[in-house]
Design a protein around this ligand. Structure first.
Ligand code: SF4
Ligand code: SF4
Length: 141
């Protein structure tokens, strides 16, 4: 499954744009998080990998801003297992192994649309990476 962050302006938020795209492209779309009100906002959705580009293009054609979030990765050399990231993660996507090694659940993690753990880690051990593995420390792209 591929994730897409969709950002609606105040003018767009009252239009049924997402519903139209779901119906037109027959795409199953799971909403993972939503921060939206009548002034606009953003939703993070998950669609089948094979349809990700098509859905991005469909929103862009309608003037809606989209972003494909980066993933999160931990540098086990820098991590000292303090647990800060585990306590702060809003979706319980971080756990430790028996040997206290930090593990991310990539299915649960909201990626660079969240980045709470990236900012909170005192060792700067967590970074955003592109899906192809290139490092990128920018929180949002
Ligand atoms: S980026 Fe957010 S959701 Fe993902 S592991 Fe970090 S705190 Fe959890
Ligand atoms: S906050 Fe950083 S140092 Fe602490 S457990 Fe998480 S990754 Fe490791």
């Amino acid at each position: 499954m591929g994730r897409i962050l969709i950002r609606f302006s105040e003018e767009q938020v009252s239009e049924p744009i997402a519903s139209q795209i779901i119906i037109e492209y027959k795409v199953p779309m799971a909403i993972l998080s939503a921060h939206i009100n009548n002034k606009g906002g953003e939703i993070l959705v998950e669609v089948p990998d094979t349809m990700q580009e098509q859905v991005v293009e469909a929103f862009r054609k309608r003037g809606v801003t989209t972003m494909v979030p980066k993933l999160i990765e931990v540098d086990s050399e820098k991590c000292f297992s303090c647990g800060t990231c585990i306590a702060l993660c809003p979706v319980e996507a971080i756990k430790t192994d028996k040997d206290h090694t930090v593990q991310f659940d990539k299915e649960k993690c909201l990626g660079s649309t969240c980045s709470i753990c990236v900012d909170a880690c005192p060792a700067r051990a967590i970074k955003s990476v592109k899906a192809n593995g290139n490092e990128n420390r920018d929180k949002k792209s």
